[in-house]
Design a protein around this ligand. Structure first.
Ligand SMILES: Cc1cc2nc3c(=O)[nH]c(=O)nc-3n(C[C@H](O)[C@H](O)[C@H](O)COP(=O)(O)OP(=O)(O)OC[C@H]3O[C@@H](n4cnc5c(N)ncnc54)[C@H](O)[C@@H]3O)c2cc1C
Length: 425
């Protein structure tokens, strides 16, 4: 009797997707709180809305209202400017948590948050003259007040369809110095948050003779500035809710205080703070987790709205899930390690690991989504379920500059084989 009783199990509670960072990972109180909020918003609000934004290729305005209400638009605004003062790893983990529920929301939120991370925490560690520091404090106080006080949204257009976004040539968008400000002319492609942002953090080059990448400027252009226009359609494979259209700038005047970094400082940041370009990958870490979560729920017959058919008993499916789990753990381990190493002047190993983490996340996200569809089978890729959207969204990660998967490989190979300044005869 007692032996019989001991084999009786309590009814299964069903699969509960784990927190993005896993049990036992040391978190600060702020991280715990923000991750719990992100998980709740993601589960209750973003996931149910994601299919419509994807189908219509429209911007997730409602999600941004929720992000604003939760204080997430000012997550990386320093506390002395009214923000939440989150550091790089905190941002990365929260972005991943959002990404597992809605890729387009997490990716566009990245563009917005970068405008505060780069001009805030990152700029704090860079070398500036006393005058530059004072100028930067004045400018960013305005910029942070818009975000922390008024809930304004920033975009981050740097792509131009040239080698500039890869960091290999000066931006073709030019800023000419004029009385009281700057006159901007140029074109940006793939500008996420087109038509949704209040300000566009445009990367451009100071218009001067012999200009180079050292002359890069970072300017906040108001959406209603005369001469600023959004053009082109938006009907891509994935990340459809990002609404990444083309921007045209024709003699757009911005005042001096539009500069989000003093002259020369963006170049310094790009050279000394490599992790600043890895902020796109947390979104894809979240997508990888989302694909895995779906697979477990689906094979257990627990996906809401589908027949409760169990498919978990087939050994081939168990092996595929094991493969996915191993890939997920490898990816997450690198993700957390690299995020924790983000700082000015990282060692060469830390820099190479940052590229390796970015590459791994971007490639694994799509690979895990591919395995998920193959393993779950035909019904799992119906548009009524989130998996096929995750698959399409995850395809976009390794295409994104400045660190496409190809360019990560280029950097790792070159920087591993050559000491700084070394060349072949
Ligand atoms: C969903 C989505 C949202 C986006 N949002 C934004 C945004 O908000 N802001 C923004 O600025 N951009 C954004 N982008 C653009 C993105 O970062 C890239 O600029 C874009 O995908 C590049 O496409 P392309 O065809 O012009 O690539 P190309 O520049 O033609 O490059 C094609 C490939 O060639 C390789 N390559 C490119 N340049 C070099 C080089 N110099 N040396 C060696 N190899 C090279 C790369 O591997 C690259 O993948 C977004 C893209 C997507 C897909």
């Amino acid at each position: 009797m007692s032996a019989q009783l001991s084999t009786v199990r309590p009814p299964a509670a069903g699969y509960v997707p784990p927190p993005i960072v896993g049990e036992g990972y040391p978190l600060t109180d702020l991280q715990r709180e923000l991750l719990a909020t992100a998980a709740r918003l993601g589960r209750e609000k973003f996931a149910p809305r994601a299919a419509q934004y994807d189908r219509e290729a429209t911007f997730p305005f409602e999600n941004y209202d929720d992000l604003r209400a939760a204080g997430f638009l000012k997550i990386c605004v320093p506390t002395r400017y009214g923000g939440l003062g989150a550091d790089f790893p905190t941002y990365a983990m929260v972005a991943a948590e959002i990404g597992r529920h809605c890729g387009a929301t997490a990716l566009t939120w990245n563009m917005h948050v970068c405008s505060t991370l780069w001009s805030g925490l990152l700029a704090d560690g860079l070398d500036m003259t006393t005058e530059q520091r004072a100028e930067h404090e004045r400018h960013r106080a305005l910029h942070f007040a818009r975000i922390a006080g008024e809930g304004k949204i920033y975009a981050q257009p740097f792509s131009e369809g040239s080698a500039a976004a890869a960091g290999k040539a000066p931006f073709g968008t030019l800023a000419a110095k004029v009385e009281g400000g700057w006159l901007l002319n140029g074109k940006k492609i793939f500008a996420s948050l087109s038509g949704a942002a209040d300000y566009y953090g445009v990367l451009c080059t100071e218009d001067r003779p012999d200009r180079s990448v050292r002359d890069t400027l970072y300017m906040a252009v108001p959406a209603d500035a005369p001469g600023f226009a959004i053009t082109g359609d938006w009907d891509p494979l994935g990340m459809r809710g990002t609404v990444s259209r083309t921007l045209l700038l024709k003699d757009v005047f911005v005042p001096d205080d539009a500069q989000l970094m003093p002259r020369g400082v963006y170049y310094q940041a790009a050279s000394r703070w490599p992790h600043m370009f890895s902020t796109l990958s947390p979104t894809y870490m979240g997508l990888a987790q989302g694909a895995y979560d779906f697979t477990i729920q689906y094979l257990r017959g627990e996906v809401p709205g589908t027949a409760p058919v169990k498919r978990r008993m087939y050994p081939t499916k168990q092996i595929a899930v094991a493969e996915m789990r191993i890939k997920l753990e490898q990816t997450r381990a690198l993700f957390l390690r690299a995020a924790g190493e983000a700082k000015i002047d990282p060692s060469r190993d830390e820099r190479l690991r940052c590229y390796a983490a970015h590459y791994t996340i971007m490639e694994s996200a799509n690979d895990i989504a591919r395995l998920a569809i193959r393993t779950c089978g035909g019904q799992s890729m119906l548009k009524s379920l989130p998996l096929e959207r995750i698959y399409r969204d995850s395809r976009c990660g390794s295409l994104m500059l400045p660190w496409t998967a190809e360019l990560c490989l280029d950097r790792i190979g070159r920087e591993a084989l050559y000491e700084p300044g070394e060349a072949d005869d």
